[in-house]
Design a protein around this ligand. Sequence first.
Ligand SMILES: C[S@@+](CC[C@H](N)C(=O)[O-])C[C@H]1O[C@@H](n2cnc3c(N)ncnc32)[C@H](O)[C@@H]1O
Length: 249
Amino acid sequence: MKYYESHEDGYRRIKENNLSSWDEFCEQSGTFENFYMKEYLVTVLDRIQPVSNAKVLDIGCGTGPVSCFLAQQGYNVDGFDISRTAIEIARTKAEDLGLDIHYSVDDICHISITGSDIYDIVIDTHCMHCITYDSDRHAALTNIFRLLKKGGYFIVETMSIEDPSLWPLNGRIDKQGIVWREVNEDYPYEKVRFEDKYWICTRRIMSPSDLEDELIQAGLLIEHSEIHEDEESEHMTDFRAICRKPMGD
Ligand SMILES: C[S@@+](CC[C@H](N)C(=O)[O-])C[C@H]1O[C@@H](n2cnc3c(N)ncnc32)[C@H](O)[C@@H]1O
């Protein structure tokens, strides 16, 4: 099983403990209704003024806080996540709220949605930093680019750090910004052996300029980007960007 599938274990605990979202699980101040990215998302929507029935794709949607918020604004929302349990909870939540959202289990690196030029907006709230290896990130961004309509927006908020050596949280970070967590030999997800121990990669924390370069390499135009300081962790920031697929062919 791929390293990023380990989120499933977190969502099983979310379900067992009757929690509603990843934000709540991580004990951040976020809730399902007041999710971490909400304030920023409101300002982005105000800025880009999407058409009222815009087709939106929420990648790594988890239990669906962002999808539900966008559906409540009248947008036509699809959401997917690698975790089956997350999608099970997301479907129940949407049903309870009377929202018509199309959810599926899928992998942004090997997505099953075929075709191109489908979505007015693709949104990432903290999924891309779970994709660590260059080859996987390249595949994910290629898929995002393909699925966007010409002139469509990729809105991203992702963890970032200027200098990986200053990583303040758990785990061990390497020069590329990949965060490694030690696991047991029988850990069921993709792991690597190093210094006679087993490790799983959990995050890719890049500098804002490297993130910008990666988006440009993927063919996207960056209309706006900003850095949001993390109030709880020194040196950590969120990189936020509004990107566009060029209008030309
Ligand atoms: C930090 S959580 C954020 C979840 C959600 N966006 C939210 O705001 O509550 C990151 C999410 O990305 C999902 N994820 C990680 N790798 C993925 C992949 N390759 N394809 C799809 N989803 C993935 C995880 O299962 C998890 O739900």
